[in-house]
Design a protein around this ligand. Structure first.
Ligand SMILES: Cc1cc2nc3c(=O)[nH]c(=O)nc-3n(C[C@H](O)[C@H](O)[C@H](O)COP(=O)(O)OP(=O)(O)OC[C@H]3O[C@@H](n4cnc5c(N)ncnc54)[C@H](O)[C@@H]3O)c2cc1C
Length: 534
């Protein structure tokens, strides 16, 4: 394959890369190459919505990163799963679908991403989505977002009653007119199966003769000639290959690997590159900086009523659920675990929601290795996640070996504002657990019981126990210029020709909710910009 030429080379077949592969190959004159490090997504546990618990720590489809010790989490290292498979993280994620809130995107524009305000991106979302509510279908886009409420465990009704007691809106769909409250979570599920970016965008395009997909190929670095991305170097089956791009190379390798590939290619902070004896082709200080993520803390409760634990916490129940799923594509395995969620305000004087709440009708333990164990006794969890953290970490190469995981320093809770939001969010959790609806179904509060904790203890509980919600972003963010960012508002790398980054690393700030939808939206708009510039 040495020296073959394409118009566009896309690195990474994840949420963003699948969209680009589809949109850029619509024109049969464009020769498009998509290169993915992982293999096929034709796996049972990828297709089954609740199979998320199995792929969570499956190294066959997962980069399974560990962060550096994080001072804000009392020195803990965290397990960060990322999809290494066709579909990327959209093939292993929890399928919760939220667009984000209007101010998230207005803030993108304020940060320098001109043309990404809510009014503009809302139209992209509307064209992208197809909402399925039972027999009703709204919208004709390829991204199926289903109301899976009918398949949820009846226990979730308690969460909605508790929400009303808290004075929170119970919304039908937070991806429409309503922007606040809890709802039965909408999910990227279609007919009881995961609907990944590969399903929505890549699969329909693979029959095109002008699109080539190469999987199990690790991109090692970009080929840069005279300030232009001329191609990429990748390794497939132990053999190194070089492919050339006449128009553009687009990095869609995700928020951890896109900055890693730039740095390995000599584009990044000069001091870092020099420390690894990499020739500095372009000193771009912000590559890898600006990392944002969502952190959440879960509190667990034993229940007085049956929950999903009664089914999935024992071998017989799991077997019956499996048989039911195989025969009907229904039942507990067909619905993602985050069943009730939404946006709320930690104090009434705030203009916008600042906390995402999750209520799951099941309790489980996630071990440090990422393995998930379901409790045998009925239980549930209540969880809060500050929506718009201000702390920023970084991703830096650890060595010149492209196989070596980069160093991830989340730098969590490094601002006073974030610590204050954690305390206010934890107070909400205390109040939610005290509602009569939740007390009525609580047999016991599992340790640590936060019900009587003061502010300091709540913050300490968060530092000791909070975990990632798997939304790393912003490591190659859009902005004004090379002093504050990596990309311009058309996602072009500052100071380079023929090179863009299109994935969650391009977010100027993390959005308030789950990040798969915003990434797919971003890639859809990016494809328009790339084609305009062609
Ligand atoms: C466990 C988990 C649960 C999540 N739950 C949700 C949820 O419920 N709802 C939600 O909205 N979001 C969720 N997310 C987040 C969401 O899935 C991501 O934000 C989104 O998929 C990011 O898309 P991306 O295109 O930036 O990166 P990815 O989808 O991660 O794609 C990057 C791709 O690039 C490939 N790649 C990387 N390096 C190289 C290389 N050197 N050479 C070749 N290929 C390479 C990777 O293998 C991968 O396929 C979750 C994520 C995880 C991991």
């Amino acid at each position: 394959m040495n020296e073959s030429a394409f118009h566009y080379i896309i690195v990474g077949a994840g949420s963003a890369g699948c969209v680009l592969a589809n949109r850029l190959s619509e024109n049969p004159r464009h020769k498009v190459l998509l290169i993915e490090a992982g293999g096929s997504d034709a796996r049972f546990w990828i297709k089954v919505p609740l199979g998320y618990a199995k792929t969570f720590a499956d190294h066959a489809v997962n980069w399974s990163y560990m962060t550096q010790p994080d001072p804000g989490l009392n020195g803990r290292q965290a397990y960060w799963p990322r999809g290494r498979v066709i579909g990327g993280s959209s093939s292993i994620n929890a399928m919760a679908y939220l667009r984000g809130l209007p101010h998230d995107f207005d803030d993108w524009e304020r940060a320098g991403a001109t043309g990404w305000n809510w009014e503009i991106v809302r139209k992209t979302y509307e064209a992208l989505e197809c909402h399925v509510e039972g027999a009703i279908q709204k919208g004709g886009g390829p991204l199926v977002v289903s109301d899976v409420g009918d398949g949820m465990h009846p226990f979730v009704q308690n969460f909605l009653v508790a929400a009303r007691e808290m004075g929170w809106n119970v919304a039908r769909n937070l991806n429409g007119e309503e922007a606040e409250g809890l709802m039965r979570m909408r999910s990227t599920v279609r007919n009881g199966r995961r609907w990944s970016a590969a399903d929505a965008f890549l699969r329909p395009a693979t029959k095109r003769s002008n699109l080539r997909v190469i999987s199990r190929a690790l991109v090692e670095k970009l080929i840069i000639q005279n300030g232009r991305a001329a191609g990429v170097q990748f390794r497939l089956g132990g053999v190194q290959h070089i492919v050339r791009a006449n128009k553009e190379v687009i990095l869609s390798a995700g928020a951890i690997n896109s900055p890693q590939i730039l740095q390995l290619s000599g584009i990044g902070p000069a001091a870092l590159l020099q420390a690894h004896c990499i020739p500095v082709l372009h000193d771009l200080p912000e590559v890898g900086k600006g990392l944002q993520d969502h952190l959440a803390v879960s509190q667990y409760y034993r229940a007085t009523e049956p929950t999903l634990n009664n089914i999935l916490g024992n071998g017989l129940g799991r077997m019956l659920a499996g048989v039911r799923y195989i025969l009907t594509r229904k039942g507990p395995l067909s619905v993602p675990v985050n069943q009730i969620s939404g946006y709320v305000r930690s104090s009434p004087e705030l203009e916008v929601p600042d906390v995402q709440v999750y209520c799951n009708p099941m309790s489980y333990i996630t071990h440090a290795s990422g393995a998930v164990g379901v409790d045998p006794a009925p239980g549930f969890l209540l969880c809060v996640q500050p929506s718009r953290p201000t702390s920023r970490g970084q991703v830096t190469i650890a060595s010149t070996n492209p196989e070596a995981p980069p160093l991830i320093q989340p730098n969590s809770l490094s601002t006073n504002e974030d610590c204050e939001t954690v305390i206010k969010a934890s107070r909400l959790l205390q109040q939610l657990a005290q509602t009569s609806a939740i007390r009525a179904v609580t047999k016991a509060r599992l340790q640590p019981d936060i019900s009587t904790m003061d502010d300091a203890a709540l913050l300490e509980n968060f530092r000791n126990r909070a975990g990632t919600v798997f939304h790393p972003s912003c490591t190659c963010r859009m902005g004004h210029d090379a002093r504050d960012s990596v990309l311009d508002a058309r996602l072009r790398v500052h100071g380079m020709e023929g090179l863009r980054v299109v994935d969650a690393s391009a977010f100027p700030n993390v959005t308030s909710g789950n990040t798969n939808g915003p990434t797919i939206m971003l890639a859809t708009r990016a494809a328009e910009l790339i084609l305009q510039d062609a």
